[in-house]
Structures are given as structure tokens and as C-alpha cells.
Design a protein around this ligand. Structure first.
Ligand SMILES: [Zn+2]
Length: 355
């Protein structure tokens, strides 16, 4: 590599070398003459001192530990920051079986092959999940499969379709950021998911942010369909087609939203009273359920983040995120009209109004 002929090339060279600065403790001293040339009012005159400094920096970056030949006889330690948003590091962090590599020829000791996801739950609750998970033979078979990469055991068959999304801390199993609930706690978690007596899809959206187990969607459908409280408060009247223009002219969007909120809360409180459950917990669950249109919950719209509830949720999901809600709300409005009008028919009264 020839010496940089001008300031631009020198800047480029130093900039590249600086990427490795944390591995080059002497870099600042060795490159000092070169950095002097970057100063204002210093003419670019390449001297022997600069040549010496340039060669010394090249020597630093082309020898160990920065650069060396790969030696298959030496163990390799791969360190990964295996956060979910770093897809490549996350993939590298999983110990996958590799049939093309002979055993012992290339052993990778993965320093970080298990993901520890923090759950925002009480210590007692966490302990309960850990104890029941450790006693759940199916879940422990999944832990073994995640660690070994061998998914041939019949006990883990239901988890095979989602195996690439599974991780473990050794006892608990996660699908993405969702906790895989042990079998004995599933009926209780179903009740918690349905605390606000929301419909099937809303309850599923709530579950998608928190928990998982094979067949969860079907279990939610069965539970909500059989819920006597929900059945008693089913709307019976046929819906009227919605006209966005008319609704805005006659009521104004703010009134519509306020009316909707009052209607929802009234329904929620009466369901809570009927089922003799805690109304505050029901409201909390409703506030944390993402809406179909925007994908965000009332809590996220108001506070910019999700709230803690009795359901296990990863602490990462409780971090505040500022969203551009204006565009989301506009899109949601159009979507709502489209969905609302599906399968509706004009009632006699509204036909008259529209004439
Ligand atoms: Zn219900």
C-alpha cells in the first residue's frame, strides 16, 4: 500500500485504522505524526517521520491479534451480542448441527448460545414459572432439543414448526420474546388473557405480545366461544353501514371516539360484574391489548409504552417507543370503514336518510 498522496487519502487511511483502535493500544502514539498533518494551517509535506509512522501503523494492523491466518487446530471462541434486533448475531448465537464438519475438526464454543429474556413479573410468579417449567417433561425435552439441535424426539414434534424462533435460558423456553407457558399453568393464563372479555381476535393479539404454546389460537377460540359472560352481552342488532363523510359532518370525530370509549368501558364493567372478576384488572388488560387497525394498545398511544399486567411480558416490550401516530390513525380510519362495511346492508331508516 503506497503512502497517501494528499490529505483526503490520509484521512481515509486513518479513518479505516480507527475502526480497529480498541484492539491497538499503541495506535494513538504511533500515528501521532500522521495526525499532525490533519491540523489546520499545517502544510501537507510528507517527511521521513510520516513514512516511519505510516509503516508502523500498517505493521500494527497486519499482525496478530488484528490479523492472522486461521488455524483449524486452535479452538475458536465466537462472541455474539445475541439481541433479537441483531439478526445475524442472533443466528450465529445458535448452536446448529453441521453435518459437513467432521467432529473435532472445527469446534465452535458459542459463548452466548442461550438467550436470557427478562420477564416483567414478580419474583414469586417467576419462580412458579421456573418450577412448573422444570417439571414439564415436554418443555424440558424442548430445552434439550434447542441445546442439541436434535428435533427428532416425538415429544417436541409440536414445537418443530417454530424451532427457529425458540430459545431457552436452561429452564424457561421462549418463542421470540413470548414465554412458552408450561401445561399446568395454561388454563390460568387463558383466564388472564380473557380478563377483559375481549373477542377471539383481540385476545389472540394480546397473547401474541406475551405468551405462547402449541395450539394457543385454538384454545383461545374455544374459551371465548364458550364464555357465558361474552355470550350474554353479544350485540344482537344488525349493523348499519358506516359513512365516514356523514359521520364526520354530523358528530365530529372527537365525539365518536368519546362515545366509543364510554360504550366499551360500560360493556367491560358490566361483563366484569357479571363474571364477578376484578374490574380494574379487566380495564388494565383492555388498555394493553393492541387494536386491530393500528397494532398498538391504548396504553401505548397514551404513555408511549405498554404497562405491566399479571401476564408475563419481556421487559424489552415495556420500553417506551415514540411512534408517529398521526399517519397510523389516518390509515386506521380508512381501514375501519372498509372492515365495518363488509357484510352490512342498508336498513330502511338509513335508506330514507341517504335519499
Ligand atoms: Zn368472555
Amino acid at each position: 500500500m503506497p503512502a497517501p498522496g494528499d490529505l483526503t487519502h490520509l484521512r481515509g487511511f486513518l479513518c479505516t485504522v480507527n475502526f480497529l483502535a480498541r484492539y491497538l493500544p499503541k495506535l494513538a502514539t504511533v500515528s501521532e505524526p500522521l495526525r499532525q498533518l490533519l491540523k489546520k494551517n499545517v502544510p501537507y509535506v510528507w517527511s521521513d517521520a510520516h513514512e516511519k509512522s505510516f509503516n508502523a501503523v500498517k505493521e500494527l494492523v497486519t499482525r496478530a491479534p488484528i490479523l492472522r491466518y486461521y488455524d483449524p487446530r486452535i479452538d475458536v471462541v465466537l462472541q455474539c451480542d445475541a439481541r433479537r434486533e441483531l439478526w445475524i448475531a442472533d443466528t450465529l448465537s445458535r448452536q446448529l448441527p453441521c453435518p459437513t464438519v467432521k467432529p473435532g475438526a472445527f469446534a465452535i464454543n458459542l459463548a452466548e448460545h442461550e438467550l436470557a429474556i427478562d420477564l416483567a413479573v414478580t419474583a414469586e410468579c417467576l419462580q412458579e414459572y421456573r418450577t412448573t417449567s422444570s417439571q414439564d417433561s415436554e418443555l424440558q425435552a424442548v430445552v434439550v432439543a434447542i441445546r442439541s439441535g436434535d428435533w427428532s424426539m416425538p415429544a417436541v414434534a409440536e414445537y418443530t414448526p417454530v424451532k427457529s424462533e425458540l430459545s431457552t435460558d436452561g429452564v424457561l423456553v421462549f418463542k421470540g420474546a413470548r414465554l412458552v407457558v408450561p401445561r399446568t399453568l395454561r388454563s390460568r393464563v387463558l383466564q388472564q388473557l380473557h380478563a377483559a372479555h375481549m373477542g377471539i381476535e383481540a385476545t389472540r393479539r394480546r397473547a401474541r405480545e406475551s405468551v405462547f404454546w402449541p395450539g394457543l389460537n385454538g384454545h383461545i377460540k374455544d374459551m371465548v366461544s364458550r364464555c357465558s359472560t361474552c355470550a350474554a352481552v353479544q350485540p344482537s342488532q344488525a349493523r348499519n353501514p358506516c359513512c365516514l363523510m356523514k359521520s364526520q359532518l354530523s358528530h365530529g370525530p372527537s365525539n365518536g371516539k368519546a362515545e366509543n370509549a364510554v360504550h366499551t368501558i360500560k360493556k367491560l364493567l358490566s361483563k366484569s360484574e357479571m363474571s364477578n372478576t376484578d374490574p380494574l384488572l379487566a380495564i388494565l388488560e383492555w388498555r394493553n391489548t393492541p387494536s386491530e387497525a393500528t397494532g398498538t394498545s391504548p396504553a401505548q398511544k397514551l404513555f408511549g409504552r405498554r404497562c405491566r399486567t399479571p401476564l408475563p411480558v419481556s421487559t424489552g416490550l415495556l420500553m417506551p417507543v415514540v411512534e408517529d401516530t398521526k399517519a397510523m390513525v389516518q390509515k386506521a380510519k380508512e381501514k375501519q370503514v372498509q372492515y365495518y362495511n363488509r357484510g352490512t346492508k342498508l336498513l330502511p331508516d338509513s335508506r330514507k336518510d341517504n335519499q
